[in-house]
Design a protein around this ligand. Sequence first.
Ligand code: ADP
Ligand code: MG
Length: 310
Amino acid sequence: MTQNAIEIRDLQKTYGGGRKEPAKHALKGIDLDIPAGSIFGLLGPNGAGKSTMINIMAGLVTKSSGNVKIWGFDQDSNPRQSRAAIGVMPQELNLDPFFTPRGALEVQAGLYGVPKSQRYSDEILEMVGLTDKAEAYARTLSGGMRRRLLLGKALVHRPQILVLDEPTAGVDIELRQMLWSNIRKLNNDHGTTIILTTHYLEEAEEMCDEIAIINQGTLVTRDSTANLLGQIDAKTMVIDPASPPTQLPQAQGISVERRSDGTLALSYHAQETSAEQVLEAVHAAGILIRDVKTEQADLEDVFLKLTAKP
Ligand code: ADP
Ligand code: MG
């Protein structure tokens, strides 16, 4: 079965445009399909329109034009079903300080019309590690605990699609690990489709099957993580010489950098220069190789290349 969790067509959003504020064209016609069951990353610099897109999917922001289908339900003609299929962990910490974690989950479940018999607050509290804080007021929780509670709130109606807006921005490594293992588990055990935005490119690289990059309200690219990384053919071979070299390798298409740890970094483009040619240049300089490794491009390179100003 090939089903899309999300189908977006020519989605546009313009904010404001009143007397006081200039109009802001935040989304300029986005087309995007997100396959069911995937972990999908939405990347882009600040102000690109990521939160706007996510909030439109979640029904928190009204679009200006275009079509959005959530789990096959058109947002306009089937607002209830499309809303029921998606849960959102927002970027902002928007918790009511007078609720306890258990209270917040129960209220949220009520808002989604989940009958008492189908609620599973204890299980959610356990999953996000807040069992011992179940009865504490939200205002007494640490930032990390509040964030975990926000994740819990997104899950009360067992959505098929979970959307996370910068879930790990500014959180410590331990919490990050915990959030990621929760998210992986939801994807593995329940087949939950995960859509996330993140600033941490290495995180998207590690977590996401597919990635869309948006910039200034426009979709720049959308591909598998592996293909995106393959787009960059810049490679670096790092040589650890057996003894300090008396001369540096010289060859066309290869640039050499001496690193402070005594290694030589040779950068080249795989399409123009082969690894064999790089090694030949090293030998020609009379250098004996003690060890060699290669460094691959990462998403950061792809990101910079695709969002570079012309
Ligand atoms: P991102 O999440 O990628 O950082 P946003 O979707 O938050 O981007 O914002 C996209 C653009 O829309 C930005 O220029 C932002 O200033 C603008 N914007 C976002 N929300 C509003 C709003 N409520 N009113 C006016 N402009 C907004
Ligand atoms: Mg945002």
